[in-house]
Design a protein around this ligand. Structure first.
Ligand code: NAI
Length: 360
């Protein structure tokens, strides 16, 4: 292991078990790893590569994302706690393998308290590099588990289930035939989701900051390209944010036309107040981490080697019932769905913490 690898425990916000800054001078790795909770199991959450204006923005992002993973894993009934990693970009292509090797060294040094996987800007090849240094990694091509690899098809399947649940609740729809959906971001998840929606008969508006990618997608399909600045305000019945987080700002929430928000991106609501605005306007928000859990459900089966793809798909399909339950609680007491989701997840973690304290 390189002597240049430095792991500093920042002991930041008290709500977190650990927040590490990981740096390596020879590879140029500069990363944060946040461990929000290990109550339900080792903290598992993907590794993101992103260029933030300042390192402190990356740190803020990793904290938000790690907390979201605790909630996501709890509600999906997984044997994982919540954590996340952010590698500060951009990373030069010629250093990529070296950086992920050192990142793997860091994950190994954390001794299994954090399990990594893919997130935005990171692929299966990167995780295979990580796996040369540590076993605390998921999202690999083949571990003999009968499932595994790129989590995005599983994520897209779950988001589709979330959209089905939301369309049932909001529009009393038993299918998606003719439903109009605006998909923001045609990356790993968004593209697969868009294809599944088309197969179900939905009509799409799509957007990506990579205009060629979006226009090529539309070619020969029942999909219309919309400029990125207009996609969230389009006339679709459902908005599916599948790009980056915090897309639903107060301005968007106040001016948007759709009746449903249900997509893959983590941390879609820019602030808690946005949830209130949506609720007051009768716009139904399917909490992001409830419906985008498909990938981590698959990653859990791969990591523990305890299920095949059919079993994983069955677990993912339960996202419909979970989403409907949360939406019905929200309808019942008039409080936003994301607050119900947070409270349900917190209750699961607290219950387990009490069991552990009692020696169970
Ligand atoms: P990706 O990086 O493959 O795709 C993101 C796409 O969004 C890219 O095509 C990018 O050009 C586009 N984009 C970025 N900003 C945009 C904007 N303002 N307007 C329109 N398009 C924009 O990422 P991936 O894997 O598809 O993930 C998408 C979201 O889903 C992320 O927020 C991620 O955290 C979340 N997610 C992904 C999971 C997975 O299995 N990959 C699992 C759970 C959540």
């Amino acid at each position: 292991m390189s002597s240049t690898l430095e792991i500093e425990d920042l002991n930041g916000a008290s709500e977190f078990e650990h927040v590490y800054r990981v740096r390596c001078s020879d590879s140029g790795l500069d990363a944060f790893i946040a461990i929000h909770s290990t109550v339900l199991g080792p903290a598992c959450g993907g590794c993101r590569v992103w260029s933030y204006p300042e390192p402190s923005d990356g740190q803020a992002d990793v904290l938000r994302l790690a907390r979201g993973m605790t909630y996501k894993n709890a509600l999906a009934d997984l044997r994982f706690g919540g954590g996340k990693a952010v590698i500060l970009g951009p990373i030069p292509e010629e250093k990529r393998q070296h950086i992920f090797t050192r990142f793997g060294n860091a994950v190994e040094q954390l001794g299994g308290s954090y399990i990594t996987a893919e997130d935005v800007g990171v692929g299966v090849v990167d995780m295979e590099t990580v796996s040369t240094e540590t076993n605390f990694v998921s999202g690999l091509r083949d571990r003999g588990a009968g499932c595994g690899g790129d989590p995005s098809p599983s994520t897209a399947r779950g988001v589709l289930r979330g959209i089905e649940a939301a369309a049932k609740e909001k529009y009393a729809r038993s299918d998606l035939d003719g439903l109009t959906v605006a998909v923001q971001g045609l990356g790993n998840v968004g593209r697969k989701l868009a294809i599944s929606l088309l197969e179900k008969g939905a009509r799409l508006f799509v957007s990506d900051i990579d205009k060629d990618r979006a226009e090529q997608f539309c070619h020969g399909r029942n999909a219309t390209y919309v400029k990125p600045e207009f996609i969230l305000l389009s006339d679709a019945q459902v908005i599916a944010p599948c790009a980056l987080g915090r897309a639903i700002t107060e301005e968007v929430a106040t001016t948007m036309h759709a009746g449903v928000i249900a997509g893959a991106a983590n941390n879609q609501l820019a602030t808690n107040e946005v949830g209130e605005i949506l609720m007051n306007r009768g716009i139904l928000y399917a909490p992001d981490y409830v419906i985008n859990a498909g990938g981590i459900i698959m990653a859990e089966a791969e990591y523990y080697n305890n299920d095949n793809q059919d079993g994983v798909n069955n677990k993912i399909d339960r996202i419909i019932d979970r989403t409907l339950d949360i939406l019905s609680r929200s309808k019942h007491d008039g409080r936003p769905p994301h607050l119900h989701a947070n409270e349900l997840a917190q209750a699961i973690v607290e219950r387990r913490a009490q069991e552990i304290a009692a020696g169970a």
